[in-house]
Design a protein around this ligand. Structure first.
Ligand SMILES: [Zn+2]
Length: 97
């Protein structure tokens, strides 16, 4: 039970951090609504009013097509912010826990 709570907090913090990053580059709640996030087998969605909703019913299976382009080298694995160096990318969301 304790682990569940921790995981839930962490996932929501990741979404919040992503939203803050997006706001910093000028995106509005309107732009971000209906954005979905996959965290393990949970799906979070940004609602009309900018709140984060849980959309996890059943399992989540992600298929990646082989022709999908590889992400650029220095992306934060959590929020997808791009950095000049891998070190900066790793440090981006490293302290959320
Ligand atoms: Zn990050």
């Amino acid at each position: 039970m304790r682990m569940m709570t921790r995981e839930m907090t962490s996932a929501e913090e990741l979404v919040r951090k992503w939203m803050m990053n997006q706001q910093e580059i000028g995106r509005t709640t309107e732009d971000m609504k209906h954005t979905r996030f996959v965290y393990g087998s949970r799906i979070m969605e940004i609602g009309e009013d900018g709140t984060i909703r849980e959309r996890s019913e059943g399992d989540v299976i992600i298929f990646r097509s082989p022709e999908q382009p590889q992400p650029p080298a220095h992306l934060c694995r959590c929020c997808s912010m791009e950095y000049d160096t891998e070190k900066d990318a790793l440090q981006c969301c490293a302290y959320l826990d």
